[in-house]
Design a protein around this ligand. Structure first.
Ligand SMILES: Cc1cc2nc3c(=O)[nH]c(=O)nc-3n(C[C@H](O)[C@H](O)[C@H](O)COP(=O)(O)OP(=O)(O)OC[C@H]3O[C@@H](n4cnc5c(N)ncnc54)[C@H](O)[C@@H]3O)c2cc1C
Length: 425
């Protein structure tokens, strides 16, 4: 890795989700040198874990393929996966950034044939599928992952499985001697695009996510509906593997609540409205009930909302669910008051999907540089941040469209810094 060229005219992008990729490509396509650092073994971030995109209901892989092609053909852009920033020193126009590169144990010879995975016995919870199934100790996160290179789980290094993977590889791609490396890269500007993580549903105790098998989250529901997902696109109750017919979506699960996540993530309403389409498409005779406080379907999303309202398989109940109990057959029972008729209800479902919100993926105390954050932990736009700019969901909870707009804006700000550095030389 010592051949990586970086100077104070380089832009460093931290986080290779849709926002980081967009910012990196926009900056690289203006002719600037850009290095994109991603902590996972693949780029794409959380959109690669979505089944379909609202509002068009297209597959996220489509937009991702266009970005992959742009990335492959741009000589100004270097992508480093399994990379994390541990320290940033210096000032706007002149940063030194310390980066840790974890070993993949697989080199560029890899043709993604999968022979290593077949040879290995050990299995671990699949992070990509939010632990809904297991993956092998030699794996590729998902079929279209970029780079198309397998990775060995560090937990199998030193075991028989590691040797079996090496022996099975027909192109000598397994390198068990790979070590962690530390790089120090120069940069003039840094774009911070580390995105979001799902709010921890275990914290919302009244909803019993930790106790009731058939209470799941919206991100898990995305994976369940994906043909390439843990159930091959079949919606199944975790308790018994049967197909649920009566499904409830609970909006603002933990969100807009001072006990949990104070902010509104803006996308959860649209995500649930989208997921009612999954119910109609994938479950014969499936019905969706949406429990909501108010539905946020801003701008052009209003049409999408209206279409779902016209769908007779979907019912809207204006109510904040108070708590969930469990009935016979592991059926979750929703308890609360319907605020339109002030009726108490205790309604039984086959499956409950919690529309949990988005929180910043890097904790405030884990930043390797001083940065101004707002109350929710998102990066503020502030002069004090110097040449460090936030992109996408690192700046706020956003849908993809807005995340990409934010990324393009941050690319422009970073390019301006590099232009100033170049002019001063
Ligand atoms: C249930 C649900 C459904 C959704 N459906 C839609 C939809 O249909 N349409 C839509 O427009 N939006 C949807 N969204 C929102 C969409 O997922 C986000 O807009 C999008 O993921 C934002 O991308 P991002 O790049 O900003 O963040 P992320 O996707 O989170 O990417 C951040 C990247 O940074 C990496 N990273 C994190 N920390 C580090 C670190 N320290 N060092 C290096 N790399 C790091 C991560 O591994 C990741 O690759 C949905 C959200 C939810 C919760």
């Amino acid at each position: 890795m010592s051949d990586i060229v970086a100077s104070n005219e380089t832009i460093l992008v931290v986080g290779g989700g849709i926002s980081g990729i967009s910012a990196a490509l926009e900056a690289a396509e203006t002719g600037k040198r850009v290095i994109l650092l991603e902590k996972n073994a693949y780029i794409g971030g959380r959109v690669t874990q979505l089944h379909k995109y609202f509002p068009k209901l297209c597959h996220p892989t489509c937009g991702m393929e266009i970005n992959q092609r742009r990335a492959k053909t741009n000589p100004n852009l270097t992508i480093l996966t399994l990379a994390e920033v541990t320290d940033i020193a210096g000032d706007k126009g002149d940063y030194s950034v310390k980066v840790t590169l974890k070993p993949r144990y697989v080199n560029n010879n890899c043709t993604a044939c999968g022979k290593c995975s077949e040879a290995v016995d050990a299995e671990f919870d699949s992070e990509f599928n939010y632990g809904l199934n297991q993956r092998k100790g030699a794996y590729i996160a998902y079929n279209n992952a970029y780079p198309q290179t397998y990775v060995l789980d560090p937990r199998i290094i030193g075991t028989n499985d590691a040797s079996k993977a090496k022996d099975a590889c027909p192109v000598d791609a397994i390198d068990l001697d790979m070590q962690e490396e530390t790089l120090v890269l120069k940069a003039g500007a840094v774009i911070w695009a580390t995105g979001w993580r799902p709010y921890d549903a275990n914290k919302i105790q009244p909803y019993g996510y930790d106790r009731f098998a058939n209470v799941i989250t919206n991100v898990e529901f995305e994976r369940m509906n994906d043909l390439m997902g843990p159930t091959g696109g079949k919606v199944q109750r975790p308790s018994d593997g049967t197909e649920p017919k009566k499904i409830a979506f609970i909006q603002c699960a933990g969100s807009r609540d001072r006990n949990y996540l104070k902010h509104c993530s803006r996308i959860c309403c649209m995500a649930s409205l989208k997921q009612t389409h999954y119910v109609r498409e994938n479950i014969d005779g499936g019905n969706s009930d949406i429990y909501f406080i108010d539905i946020l379907a801003i701008d052009r999303f209003e049409d999408f909302y209206k279409k779902v309202q016209e769908d007779e398989t979907v019912k809207f109940i204006k109510s904040k669910v108070a708590f969930i109990t469990e009935g016979d057959n592991n059926n979750p029972i929703l308890n609360g008051v319907d605020t339109e008729g002030y009726h108490r209800y205790a309604k039984e479902y086959d499956l409950v999907v919690l529309a949990i919100g988005m929180e910043p993926s890097v904790n405030a105390d884990e930043f390797p540089v001083d940065i101004v954050l707002n109350e929710e932990g998102f990066i503020e736009m502030d002069e004090k941040n110097g040449g460090v700019f936030a992109a996408g969901c690192r700046s706020d909870a956003l849908d993809v469209n807005r995340a990409v707009q934010s990324a393009t804006a941050s690319a422009l700000r970073a390019v301006q810094v590099i232009n100033q550095v170049s002019e001063a030389k």
